[in-house]
Design a protein around this ligand. Structure first.
Ligand SMILES: NC(=O)c1ccc[n+]([C@@H]2O[C@H](COP(=O)([O-])OP(=O)(O)OC[C@H]3O[C@@H](n4cnc5c(N)ncnc54)[C@H](OP(=O)(O)O)[C@@H]3O)[C@@H](O)[C@H]2O)c1
Length: 264
């Protein structure tokens, strides 16, 4: 029996697999994906056994992670439905598919963890919002679930009704951050920097600023004030960004994402 079985080995599946191989060792894991060639290549690289059947992965694993696109869910759920039972746990990565939907499609199986990770998990700096009914899991199981998410970054447990907010604030938002990094790097190019140097500067600045927020626990507004000297250059930039609608652009982008999540 494997400790964890992964179904799907794309962006998210491979990020999680990488972290779990380091944390638990390849022999505790099992996975499947759509194409045999991809499965065999990943298996050769990681040492994790590839199983060409989703049903067998679910059958042979204590905890099953579903990392396929939402559109593929109906097919995979029907394949694994008969073998999900007992003390197994299902972890779902899909936005917009509720624990109740999954329980219904799995014939009443309800030991389900719904989560929303993000792609920085690939470098061990993921942010995952997690939701589950605590009454369905023992304390030890909840620890085990938390350990999985913490193996590739941070996790925050939220009520399931807030999962669309999580999708907006951390699931999709790496794309917003990449836009910002590239725009700032373009500005560097405009003033003569090489693009590669400018990207490194912008990216490291985002990384360092994020660390400063997380480690000092200071409010971002306080940290912003610390960079702005009276009548200095930075406050000029902040004022110009406010005039250009920087903050409202972020709120509007997030709102578009949230509305798409809730189907409005
Ligand atoms: N990417 C993100 O930023 C992100 C963030 C948060 C959550 N998510 C969620 O995470 C989940 C996975 O997304 P992703 O970006 O990792 O997708 P992806 O890169 O497109 O990978 C999908 C994987 O599913 C496999 N697959 C397709 N059909 C299958 C089937 N019938 N049986 C078994 N495996 C099958 C594919 O196999 P092959 O490799 O053989 O083609 C591939 O490995 C989705 O629900 C997504 O919404 C993604």
């Amino acid at each position: 029996m494997a400790e964890i079985g992964l179904i799907g080995m794309g962006n998210m599946g491979s990020a999680v697999m990488k972290a779990l191989v380091e944390k638990k060792g390849a022999e505790k894991l099992l996975f499947s994906c759509r194409t045999k060639e991809h499965g065999e290549r990943v298996s050769g690289e990681t040492g994790v056994r590839f199983e060409p059947s989703n049903k067998l992965v679910a059958e042979k694993s204590d905890l099953v992670i579903l990392a396929v696109k939402p559109v593929i869910y109906p097919q995979v759920l029907s394949e694994i439905r008969d073998v999900m039972g007992g003390r197994k746990i299902l972890v779902s990565f899909a936005p917009g598919i509720s624990i109740a939907d999954l329980t219904e499609k799995l014939g009443g199986f309800d030991r389900i963890v719904r989560c929303m990770p993000n792609t920085p998990a690939k470098v061990g700096e993921g942010m995952t919002g997690v939701s589950y009914d605590e009454t369905k899991f023992t304390g030890e199981e909840q620890e085990r679930i938390g350990d999985i998410f913490r193996s590739f970054g941070r996790m925050v447990k939220v009520e399931e009704r807030l999962m669309d907010a999580v999708t907006t604030v951390s699931g999709s938002s790496p794309a917003f951050v990449f836009l910002f990094i590239n725009a700032l790097a373009d500005a560097g190019v405009r003033y003569g920097l090489r693009k590669s140097d400018a990207i490194e500067m912008a990216a490291q600045t985002v990384l360092g600023s994020a660390k400063l927020v997380l480690e000092t626990k200071e409010h971002p507004e306080v940290l912003k004030d610390q960079v702005c000297s009276p009548a200095g250059t930075t406050i000029e930039a902040v004022a110009a960004l406010e005039e250009a609608g920087f903050r409202s652009a972020v709120l509007r982008g997030a709102d578009a994402c949230y509305r798409k999540c809730i189907g409005k």
